[in-house]
Design a protein around this ligand. Structure first.
Ligand code: C5P
Length: 230
């Protein structure tokens, strides 16, 4: 399994297909985020699935348990492979999400909890969100809550992956954005590593956006990620 997920942060289906058509032969695992989903709706999921891509639908739900349960029930009817929510929504919300996402036949997409966004550093977490202490301690706590609530894993920085595995077990998934090549720009991300470091630190899947989508040769950048990570 190729576990490099390309974040298709595009404004339209047309741009997304134009980008993915460059990958002749490869069918990358893709992430559909808020921008693309809000622009195109569920049809973009159906279209990309029909083209043979695995899909991480990154909508980061965070609301009262009843609303999240019902929203997850809708998402469970789309043929996505992975969905997520914010762990900050509480264990009640995460348990409701598992209930809503589980189909009548007992199957469901992989469900991940976002711990702390990889754009959040200690200073912002302490002063803006008013969570004291280290980011790693917050990530560990949210990961344990997610595991207890029946989720499959977390979205975190590779910097926290080993610690999450130690706390929650090796089968608990760590899907990690905040990936940059050694020679690329950090942009708005704060907690970053290279694909090779992410592998060493125990990530199961890396999520890579701009280092691939904004590269002059996206296919070469994707292959570089795969070579470094796999
Ligand atoms: O362009 P870049 O590689 O920074 O993109 C990272 C992607 O991962 C974005 O789509 C962003 O929304 C997503 N993401 C993140 N941090 C999280 C969860 C998701 O950067 N904790």
């Amino acid at each position: 399994m190729n576990n490099v997920i390309i974040a298709c942060d595009f404004a339209s289906a047309e741009q997304t297909y134009g980008f993915l058509d460059r990958f002749t032969g490869d069918k990358p695992f893709v992430k559909i985020g808020m921008e693309l989903f809000y622009a195109e709706g569920p049809d973009i999921v159906r279209q990309l699935k029909a083209r043979g891509h695995r899909i991480f639908l990154d909508l980061k739900l965070h609301d009262i348990p009843n609303t999240v349960r019902k929203a997850m029930a809708v998402l469970s009817r789309m043929d996505v492979d992975m969905v997520n929510l914010h762990a900050a929504g509480t264990c009640d919300m995460m348990r409701a999400a598992v209930e809503g996402l589980t189909r009548p036949d007992g199957t469901r997409p992989i469900l991940l909890a976002v711990t702390q966004l990889t754009s959040t550093d200690r200073e912002r977490m302490n002063s803006d969100i008013l969570i004291p202490g280290e980011v790693a301690d917050c990530v560990r706590h949210y990961a344990l809550c997610a595991k207890q609530s029946g989720l499959d894993g977390v979205v975190c920085s590779p910097l926290e992956a080993a610690m999450v595995k130690q706390a929650c077990g090796k089968d608990f998934l760590c899907v990690t954005p905040g990936i940059r090549f050694a020679d690329s720009d950090k942009g708005d991300q704060a907690r970053v590593t290279t694909p090779a470091m992410a592998r060493q630190m125990g990530s199961d899947c890396i999520v890579v956006g701009r280092p691939i989508t904004a590269a002059s040769d996206p296919v070469a950048a994707y292959r570089r990620c795969c070579d470094e990570f796999c």
